[in-house]
Design a binder for this molecule. Structure first.
Ligand SMILES: [Mg+2]
Length: 204
C-alpha cells in the first residue's frame, strides 16, 4: 500500500478538517495533492504532531482534527498516545503511516532501509501500543480500501480513533513545498478562525 494513494483517497474529506502532518515525506505528499490553508506541516518537531493536534481538538471541539503521523515520530514520543487517550478528544483522528523506517532522514537512501528501520520493523505493534495506552478504537490496516473505509468512518464519527496504515517505504517524487514555514504558521490559525464548513480552497 502506498502512502500517497492513501492520502489521495481521503483528500476531499480533509477540506473541512484541521490537518496536522508530521515532517518529511508525508508532508510533501499531502502538499503535492494540493495545499490548503487548513493544512499545517509540522516541520522540525518530530514526535509532536499528535500533541499539536490534541491542543487544537481541545480548543475547537466541534472541528474535526486529522493528525497524519509516521512510525518513527510516534515511537519518538510514545507518551503522546497516553496523553491522547487520557484527554480522549472525540474529534481527533490519528493516522500513522507505518513504513517501518525513518524514511526522510536516511531510510530512503540506497540501502538506507536496512539501516534506518524503526522498532515496528522488529515487531512493535503501534495499534497495540495505542490500545494499551487507552485508545479503544485503534486498528492496523494493510489495504487501500480498508484504509479509506476506516479513515472516512473515523472522520465522520465522533470517537478518538487511531489508524495504523502499513505502507511501503517509498520516497515522494519531490520534497518541494512552496509554502514557507512562517507563512504556514500564520495561515493555518487564520483558517481555524473561519466557521466550520466554510470552504477553504487556497490561502487564508
Ligand atoms: Mg516511517
Amino acid at each position: 500500500m502506498k502512502r500517497l494513494a492513501c492520502l489521495a483517497s481521503i483528500y476531499p474529506e480533509l477540506e473541512d478538517c484541521a490537518v496536522v502532518t508530521i515532517m518529511g515525506a508525508v508532508a510533501a505528499e499531502l502538499y503535492s495533492l494540493g495545499h490548503r490553508a487548513n493544512f499545517f506541516y509540522l516541520e522540525h518537531a518530530m514526535g509532536l504532531a499528535s500533541s499539536i493536534g490534541l491542543g487544537i481538538a481541545l480548543a475547537q471541539p466541534h472541528r474535526k482534527v486529522v493528525v497524519i503521523d509516521g512510525d518513527g515520530s510516534v515511537l519518538m514520543n510514545l507518551g503522546g498516545l497516553t496523553t491522547l487517550a487520557r484527554s480522549n478528544p472525540g474529534n481527533l483522528v490519528h493516522i500513522i503511516f507505518d513504513n517501518e523506517t525513518l524514511l526522510s532522514v536516511g531510510g530512503g537512501a540506497p540501502g538506507g532501509y536496512r539501516w534506518f528501520t524503526t522498532a515496528t520493523a522488529t515487531g512493535t505493534d503501534l495499534a497495540g501500543v495505542a490500545k494499551a495506552a487507552g485508545i479503544e478504537r485503534a486498528q492496523t490496516v494493510r489495504e487501500l480500501d480498508e484504509f479509506k473505509a476506516a479513515a472516512l468512518a473515523a472522520i465522520k464519527h465522533d470517537r478518538l480513533t487511531c489508524i495504523v496504515a502499513k505502507v511501503e517505504a517509498e520516497m515522494p517524487t519531490s520534497f518541494l513545498m512552496d509554502v514557507h514555514m512562517l507563512e504556514n504558521r500564520f495561515e493555518f490559525p487564520r483558517a481555524l478562525q473561519r466557521p466550520i464548513g466554510e470552504r477553504i480552497k487556497g490561502g487564508a
